[in-house]
Design a protein. Structure first.
Length: 248
C-alpha cells in the first residue's frame, strides 16, 4: 500500500500535515483534503450531517488508500465507514492517530470538561479555539516551539467558520465509533503520542504503536517518526489478506 489520505482534526486544516512532506518514502501518494468549511472550502448546509459529509468527501476518500484520521478526523473517518455509498468498496485500512472509539473518557477528557469547553466556545469562539490550539500541545517536548510551528502553518485566524467548528464539537461529544470499528471491512490500527494529554492512558497503552517524545501533535514535534510509523502501519494494513468466503 503506497497511498495515504490524511484527515486533520478539530480546528486545524490540512496544512497541519506539511511538516511530514520531506519524510515520505519515494513513490508514495499522499493526499490531504480539507474537511468542508475548512481553509475556504465550501461549508455544509447542514454542518452536523454525517450523510452530507460523506457526500461532500466522496471524491477525497478513495478506496485504494489507507485513511489516516487524526483526533476528530479519526472519529469522522470511523463514522464514515457506515456512510459510504452502497456501490463503493471500503478503504484498504484505517489508522486512528490520537483518538479512540470516542473522544471523552473518564481518565482523559471527561464529558463535563468537554461541556464546559463547548459553553466557552459559544461565548467566544476565536479565543476558545486559540486556547485549545495551545493546550493540545502540552504533551510535546517543547510546547512553545510547537506552538510557533503551528502558528506559522495555520496563522492566527480560525481555520473554519463557526458553525463548522460548533458541529465538530457536537461530534466530539456524541460520536461513538466502537461498533463501526469492530465491524470495519478493513484493518484498523491505532497510533498515539506517548505523552498525548487528550488521550486517556489506557488508550495510549493499548495503541498498536506509540511515539516517544510526542503528544497530541506529533506532526509538529516528531514529523519523521510520525511519517515512518504511518508508512509502517499502512504496509501492515496491506499485508492483512481479505477474508475469503468458504466454498459452498
Amino acid at each position: 500500500m503506497s497511498h495515504l489520505v490524511l484527515l486533520a482534526g478539530w480546528g486545524c486544516d490540512a496544512r497541519i500535515w506539511q511538516p511530514l512532506a520531506p519524510h515520505w518514502p519515494a513513490g508514495w501518494k499522499i493526499h490531504a483534503p480539507d474537511w468542508p468549511g475548512y481553509a475556504g472550502r465550501e461549508a455544509l448546509a447542514e454542518p452536523a450531517s454525517l450523510a452530507a459529509l460523506a457526500d461532500a468527501m466522496a471524491d477525497d476518500l478513495p478506496v485504494d488508500a489507507v485513511w489516516v484520521g487524526w483526533s476528530l478526523g479519526g472519529l469522522l473517518a470511523g463514522a464514515l465507514l457506515d456512510h459510504l455509498p452502497a456501490h463503493r468498496s471500503h478503504p484498504q485500512g484505517l489508522i486512528l492517530l490520537g483518538m479512540g472509539p470516542r473522544f471523552c473518557h473518564p481518565r482523559g477528557i471527561t464529558a463535563s470538561e468537554l461541556a464546559a469547553f463547548r459553553r466557552a466556545f459559544r461565548r467566544a469562539p476565536a479565543a476558545t479555539l486559540a486556547h485549545f490550539r495551545r493546550g493540545q500541545l502540552a504533551g510535546e517536548p517543547a510546547p512553545r516551539t510547537a506552538h510557533r510551528r503551528l502558528r506559522d502553518l495555520l496563522g492566527e485566524a480560525p481555520s473554519a467558520d463557526t458553525p463548522t467548528l460548533a458541529a465538530g464539537l457536537d461530534w466530539l461529544a456524541t460520536l461513538d465509533v466502537e461498533c463501526p470499528l469492530a465491524e470495519a471491512p478493513c484493518p484498523v490500527r491505532t497510533l498515539a503520542g506517548a505523552d498525548d494529554p487528550l488521550l486517556a492512558p489506557p488508550l495510549r497503552e493499548a495503541a498498536d504503536r506509540c511515539l516517544d517524545g510526542a503528544g497530541h501533535c506529533p506532526m509538529l514535534s516528531q514529523p519523521k517518526a510520525l511519517a515512518d510509523a504511518l508508512v509502517a502501519l499502512a504496509r501492515e494494513c496491506a499485508s492483512v489478506a481479505p477474508q475469503e468466503e468458504s466454498p459452498a
